[in-house]
Design a protein around this ligand. Structure first.
Ligand code: NAD
Ligand code: TDX
Length: 335
């Protein structure tokens, strides 16, 4: 099987590429990533010399390039590439629309032209908007995105749906809850708080800190996508989540406890505009239809993640310093 994975130098995409190359040594992966601030080839160092992994630096909005790559006998497209950070989308919505909406449409057109057998679009529970105190998001929950990020993801999802209805393209959409684990960019809650706590800096908790997210270890997200590729019914949406809701304050306190740091580091700051109060995924369909089950409990997953950040201080300090951009130029500038 030949896969084109987009965004495979980012957090979830790189975890997915490593997962697939290990599980299916005979599969070939073309990994396309524009290497924005969030893309990091260091994540892929262990597969640098694997002949079944080819990295291509390209933008998913480049239609000629996407068609050329998918035309190289690709069977399956898995689209992770996106602008992914809500706070950045509030400051600069335009790039979110370009990559997450236009980029998705460009990929859909290229996939259609070359008769791929599956197009998996990796989306998010944020497209459903926010929950009150009770209930969970199912695949039937109406889309009601509240941030420019989630609105752009919902736009991409609707195009994927339309290409199935109109052109019979064999698509699936996956909607996962918040991921955590190795290689997550330290702008997102968990790695940000780990890195700040380790430097004894204030931990900026938005508003009252009682917003709830439903956390899933990244490898469990990857295993669900693997099942969708192989068994997903065309045209279907699959929700992915591990029934693991926590308030932001609970997360931050767990991190401080694990690191032996004082709670006095917690600092409440101005709330995020349009801040969704609660996410909670109902994964019943994915579990029943595809036989998916998460392997990692939050208790072990968060410990492993903290240990990973302690062991890979160089990885995240380099990112924070911006020095990694020079590294790219030197190592991969002519790729
Ligand atoms: P990330 O920001 O870590 O990685 C995104 C990757 O896409 C980066 O490597 C970046 O260089 C690349 N990229 C951005 N714009 C591009 C473009 N125009 N062309 C080619 N490559 C481009 O994001 P992530 O957290 O790994 O998320 C991956 C996907 O999963 C996204 O689609 C996101 O919406 C979705 N998702 C994320 C989460 C989460 O908790 N992080 C949860 C559910 C769904
Ligand atoms: O400094 C912070 N302080 C804080 O209180 C940051 C960065 C976040 N928060 C809060 C906001 C959220 O309630 O923590 C929660 C998690 O924030 P993020 O890590 O920014 O994630 P979220 O906004 O929930 O979106 C994430 O999950 C769904 C990913 O970034 C998306 O790409 C994914 O689709």
């Amino acid at each position: 099987m030949k896969l084109l994975v987009t965004g495979g130098a980012g957090f979830i995409g790189s975890n997915f590429v490593l997962y697939m190359l290990e599980k299916y040594p005979e599969y070939q992966i073309i990994n396309v990533d524009a290497l924005t601030y969030a893309g990091n080839l260091e994540n892929l160092k262990s597969v640098e010399n694997n002949p079944n992994h080819v990295f291509v630096k390209a933008d998913i909005t480049d239609s000629e390039k996407m068609s050329e790559l998918i035309g190289q006998g690709v069977d399956v497209v898995v689209n992770f590439a996106a602008e992914s950070h809500v706070d950045r989308s509030i400051l600069e919505p335009d790039i979110f629309v370009k990559t997450n909406v236009l980029g998705t449409q460009v990929l859909l057109d290229a996939a259609r032209k070359h008769n791929i057998t599956k197009f998996v679009h990796v989306s998010t529970d944020e497209v459903y908007g926010t929950l009150g105190e009770t209930g969970l998001f199912t695949e039937e929950t109406p889309l009601a995105p509240n941030s420019p990020y989630s609105a752009s993801k919902a736009g991409g999802d609707l195009l994927v749906r339309a290409y199935h209805e109109t052109f019979n393209l064999p698509v699936n959409i996956t909607r996962c809850s918040n991921n955590y684990g190795p290689y997550q960019f330290p702008e997102k809650l968990i790695p940000l708080m780990i890195s700040k706590a380790l430097s004894d800096e204030a931990l900026p908790v938005y508003g009252d800190g009682l917003n709830i997210r439903d956390w899933l270890y990244v490898e469990d997200h990857c295993s669900a996508i693997d099942l969708v590729i192989h068994q997903g019914r065309n045209g279907e949406v699959y929700n992915i989540g591990g029934n693991n809701e926590r308030t932001n304050l609970q997360i931050v306190r767990t991190i401080l406890q694990e690191l032996g740091k004082p709670e006095s580091l917690i600092t409440h700051v101005k709330d995020r505009p349009g801040h969704d109060r609660r996410y909670g995924i109902d994964p019943t369909k994915t579990m029943n239809e595809l036989g998916w089950k998460p392997k990692h409990s939050f208790e072990t997953g968060i410990k492993e993640t903290i240990a990973w950040y302690l062991d890979h201080k160089e990885w995240w300090t380099r990112i924070q310093s911006g020095a990694y951009q020079d590294y790219y130029e030197k190592q991969y500038g002519d790729r």
